[in-house]
Design a binder for this molecule. Structure first.
Ligand code: HEM
Length: 204
């Protein structure tokens, strides 16, 4: 059975609902003081994990569309990717606002000093660039450069799981599982990595 445009519309509506539900669920936990002894840290974790989940789901769309021969599924990538950026920005906002109380100089020092923070910042910058250039008018103007830039999403997922892995001090099982999922999704893009390493070897 082929996925139709109506199915895509329904799927987009579900994605919006899921995001809205997640947002209100977090507000509810906060309002009911159910976020434990350190609610700010818990919020940072919740938002970071949600951003990463959306990133992994976004990256699973193309292999799914290809393997199931459902090209219309590709239309879901943009909305999922933008939600990933939304959650990542909230994650960053809560950190700067509630954890650092807008001490931007301290924030910059942390980003430079702590490697896991540097990786998070690089991930966020890539997601920002991808979100801005997802605007149709910009995409059209960029032509082939758009595709080159959007390949950076592969690096962003690698950076994001490394940021997660590096940020936890113990209990490495869950970040390890995220790492494995990331590698499986990147293995689906092996042709890109092969051509990239081929070009690099030619140059050096
Ligand atoms: C400038 C950008 C970023 C900063 C400053 C930042 C900061 C942080 C901090 C402070 C933590 C908690 C570490 C701890 O528990 O001690 C964290 C965890 C995390 N971050 Fe980020 N982050 C950034 C970007 C991102 C992005 C873009 C993503 C995903 C796309 C992400 C995903 C995560 C995840 C999954 C965790 C672990 C959550 C958990 O332990 O349950 N972060 N980040």
């Amino acid at each position: 059975m082929k996925v139709s445009s109506t199915d895509i519309l329904a799927a987009k509506a579900l994605i919006h609902l899921a995001a809205l539900f997640t947002f209100f669920y977090l507000l509810l936990l906060l309002e009911q003081n159910a976020l434990g002894a350190d609610p700010v840290k818990e919020m940072i974790h919740f938002l970071g994990k949600t951003a990463l989940n959306f990133l992994l789901i976004t990256l699973s769309i193309s292999p799914l569309a290809r393997r199931c021969k459902q090209p219309l599924l590709i239309q879901l990538r943009r909305v999922l990717g933008l939600y990933c950026f939304f959650w990542a920005s909230l994650h960053l906002l809560v950190f700067i606002w509630l954890e650092l109380d807008w001490q931007l100089q301290l924030f910059m020092q942390e980003v430079v000093k702590r490697p896991y923070m540097t990786l998070g910042a690089l991930t966020w910058i890539i997601l920002l660039a991808l979100s801005i250039t997802s605007i149709t008018a910009i995409r059209k103007k960029m032509k082939r450069a758009w595709l080159t830039l959007h390949r950076f999403v592969y690096w962003s997922v690698l950076l994001a799981v490394s940021h997660y892995y590096w940020s936890v001090k113990s209990e490495l099982v869950e970040p390890g599982v995220y790492f494995l999922i990331c590698l499986v999704l990147l293995a689906e893009r092996k042709d890109y990595f092969k051509s990239l390493s081929g070009r690099w070897l030619q140059k050096n």
